[in-house]
Every structure is written in C-alpha cells, then in structure tokens.
Design a protein around this ligand. Structure first.
Ligand SMILES: C[S@@+](CC[C@H](N)C(=O)[O-])C[C@H]1O[C@@H](n2cnc3c(N)ncnc32)[C@H](O)[C@@H]1O
Length: 452
C-alpha cells in the first residue's frame, strides 16, 4: 500500500513537471501514466485530483511557497512542483493526513535528489504544517489578489478587467475554479432524447434536459463513459455551450455546408445530425491527422454526409467555387481562454502576444471563405475564448471590409432565454462567459450575406 502511494505521488510529479512546463493537461495523459505504472483504477481519481488541483492552483501555491523560502533560492523544476503538490494536498485535500504527505514527499526527494534536498523539502513542509499558509486578504491590490487567489496570470486579469470590468472578471476567474457539467448530445437518427433519458434514469443516472439544445442531456450523477449507450454511439460527449453553435445555424435537410476548421468533428457531426444526414458537409482541418478524426467520428455515429479532408482554411477558394454553400461554420483556432475549467494549464502557457497572432489568422480565414457563401446564406463564427480581440473586434473588422455581410438580426432569436439577460450579448454576437452556464466560455455570432 505504502509503495503504491509513493508510486502514485511520484507519477503525479512526473505529470506535473511535464504538463506544468509544456502544457497539454488531459485525462488521456493521466490514463497513460496509470497504465505505465500499472496503477489501480481507484488510484486514478486521486492522481487526477492531485495533478489537476495543483495545476489549477499553481499561482496560489507559488505565492504560498514564497513565504517559506528565501526569495533568491533557485529551485530545480521538480523540487518546485513537488512542493506545490505537497502544499496543495496539505491545504486543499482532507483525505490524507499532513504527516503522511510530508513523509511521501521527503521519500520522493531522497530518491530523485539527495539527502540535502530531502532535508530542505522536509523543513519547508514542516513549516507549512506549523504555520499554515498566508492569508490572501493581506494582498492589498485587488487585481493582484484576484490573480493570486484564483491562479490567473496578472496580465490576463488586467486584460479582462479592461475589456469586461471588474465584477465580470471576478466572476469569471472564480467560475474557472469550478468543475463543469458533463454534457452529452443524443444522435437523434439513432434514438431520441426522451428514450435516452429513460434508459439512463432506469440505470440510476441523474440527468437534466439541456435548455440550450434539444439534443443535449446534462449528467448530474453517474459515469456515462461506462454505459453501453456510449459504446453503441447513441450519443457524443459535447459541452453545452459548444452545442449552441450548430443550434444557431438554422440548418435544413439537403443543405451544402462548409465547416472550415472541423477537427475533431464535434460540431461537424452535430451539423450532419441536424440536416438529418441528407446534404453535404465539407469538413476541413489544417492537420491531416486531425481531419481523419472527423471521418472516424462520422463513421462511429453512422453519418455519411460528411466529407473530411486536410486543407488550410485560408486557401479554400482553390477548392470551391464562389457561392457554393448554404451555410458556413468557422469554429476558429483561438487562445482557448474559455475552457480553463477543463484545461487549467492553458492560462500559464498562453502569452498576451499570441492573441493578436490568432486574431490575424481568424480574420484571414473569414476573408477567404466569405465569397464561398451563397447570397442569403449564413456564416457562423465561433471561438472557445473570452477575448474581444479574437471575437467582437475580428467580426467588426470583417464587417468593415465586407459590405455584403451583416450580423443576422434573427440570430438573436436563437439565444436561449437563460443567456439573454447576461452581459455577453452585444451588437456583434453572444459572448458566453464561464459563469453563465456550468460549461465553457464561448463566442458565437451569425452573419448573413446580403445583396451589395
Ligand atoms: C476550435 S478547433 C475546432 C473544433 C471543432 N470544430 C469541433 O467542434 O470539434 C479549431 C481547429 O482549427 C484547426 N486549424 C487551425 N488553423 C487552421 C487553418 N488555417 N485552417 C484549417 N484549420 C485550422 C485546428 O487544427 C483545430 O482542430
């Protein structure tokens, strides 16, 4: 048992050093680590909790640690992460007593380093145990306090305050520290939402019907990934705010649709379901490997109307003639600042300078596909980020350059009631903040092509 606990924490440290420095938190990385060390299923939950929780609270833990070490002391990366994860467990987890956490950490330090490092780790953690962590209310500057308390880099907090004001930013930072709701989307050509709700409830699941999509089911309790209906591909896993994208496209049977940035195909398959798999969806992605994931997902769900291929969305005029499509979706590559609930590391690895680079690509993609839409056709633009430079301002610049496009006034009728009174509705579309639903932050808008 003791050996297992040590292996578990040592594996957590390996993951933290890797993800903490390079990014890429995923349950897949955790599963792979469990397989590599032959860890038991029940250890997976604790491993996930330690890795996810430590990453999510990195800046808070850095602040806590700073009060226990001399400011000039240079720590090896693994020692730093070992201390973060130990303080995380001592302060936030109640399951394991402090003395056991300290013991395990000192053992790891001995094995990876030497006796001197082990003594240092022991000394720091004993001080944390004796004194407790410092009170964050002592931080006078409210922006710095919000940044440290919710572990968001200061540049991001300041940027959001400038764009959305303090109270929206504060709510957003706190919402990013919560877990999002598991949501699934029924494949309606295989079963109905009511039928699936019935099956799941009979099997002991607690579920709610989504108000955002009539295909959506929110899972309150139970692991749907282990249910036979998942094996049978009766539904897809999809976040609730992401479901709204295809919902606002006003899709009909027989349509020709372009999905310019489609992998891994969550929205492409939703579009295919909404046109009842009758029509054609050209789905592209910059990376050939990723485009194959779209084909695979379509096959799993039994959808035939999707043609997935590799292409740069900035070169699609080479592949299609002008005014081909009834609908176009650009679910653009973005900074991902709306998905911090499930990918806590994104906030540390993104740089402010990345945002303008992405905004340039987003505008280039929009400019390229604009001529491909039929007159009266509709173009939906979405991102899973919260940033005006990638959302409202990209759209404003596009509209300025394309007088044949305008925001579709009918788009606003599709916004679910529960989101209408939130702060995210503007003349350029809908910003869903992470605090609006128990879901990701998203930006969605719809434009219509009118006569010049
Ligand atoms: C937000 S993700 C799309 C998610 C997808 N629509 C879904 O719902 O599953 C953006 C995608 O754009 C792709 N991408 C990035 N740059 C691109 C480009 N220039 N042309 C086409 N695809 C691009 C990325 O590889 C990524 O898969």
């Amino acid at each position: 048992m003791k050996k297992e606990q040590n292996l578990l924490r040592s594996s957590a440290l390996d993951l933290l050093v890797q993800i903490g420095e390079q990014g890429g938190f995923s349950h897949l990385a955790i599963d792979q680590m469990m397989k590599k060390h032959d860890l038991e299923r029940r250890d997976g939950a604790l491993l996930t909790e330690i890795v996810y929780g430590t990453l999510q609270r990195k800046l808070t833990l850095e602040y806590y640690l700073a009060s226990f070490i001399q400011s000039k002391k240079k720590l090896d990366k693994w020692v730093k992460w070992l201390l973060y994860m130990s303080i995380y467990q001592m302060h936030y987890l109640e399951k394991v007593p402090d003395h056991a956490i300290i013991h395990e950490s000192v053992e790891i330090a001995k094995k990876r380093g030497h006796k001197g490092i082990a003594n240092f780790v022991n000394g720091v953690l004993r001080s944390v145990q004796r004194q407790g962590v410092p009170d964050l209310n002592q931080i006078e500057d409210e922006k710095v306090r919000l940044s440290v308390a919710t572990s968001h880099p200061l540049w991001l907090v300041e940027r959001w305050i400038k764009q959305y004001g303090y109270s929206v930013t504060e709510a957003m930072c706190h919402a990013n520290m919560t877990n999002k709701q598991m949501a699934i989307r029924v494949q309606p050509l295989r079963t109905s939402r009511e039928e699936l709700v019935k099956i799941l409830e009979e099997d002991g699941f607690q579920v709610r019907r989504s108000e955002v999509s009539d295909q959506g089911i929110l899972i309150e309790a139970g692991n749907v990934l282990k249910h036979q209906a998942f094996e049978d591909h009766l539904f897809s896993i999809q976040d609730e705010s992401s479901m709204l994208v295809a919902e606002v496209m006003e899709l009909e049977e027989g349509m020709t649709v372009l999905d310019a940035c489609s992998a891994p195909g969550g929205k492409t398959t939703h579009i295919a379901e909404k046109i009842e798999d009758n029509g054609t969806i050209y789905a592209y992605d910059l990376h050939a490997k990723k485009a194959k994931l779209v084909t695979k997902k379509a096959e799993q769900l039994g959808l035939q109307s999707i043609q997935a291929d590799q292409a740069d969305a900035r070169e699609l005029q080479e592949k299609h003639v002008t005014e081909t499509f009834d609908r176009i979706l650009i679910d653009a590559p973005c900074s991902g600042l709306g998905v911090l609930k499930s990918k806590p590391d994104i906030r540390y690895n993104k740089k402010e300078s990345d945002i303008m680079k992405l905004a340039k690509i987003q505008k280039e993609i929009l400019d390229e596909v604009a001529p491909l839409l039929k007159q009266d056709g509709k173009l939906v633009y979405s991102t899973c980020t919260v940033d005006k430079d990638e959302n409202e301002r990209v759209i404003a610049a596009f509209l300025e350059d394309h007088p044949d496009y305008q925001i579709d006034p009918l788009f606003f009728d599709h916004i679910p009631q529960m989101l209408r009174n939130k702060q995210g509705v503007s003349e350029f579309g809908l910003q869903i903040f992470p605090q609006d639903l128990s879901s990701d932050g998203f930006f969605i808008t719809r434009m219509v092509k009118v006569a010049k």
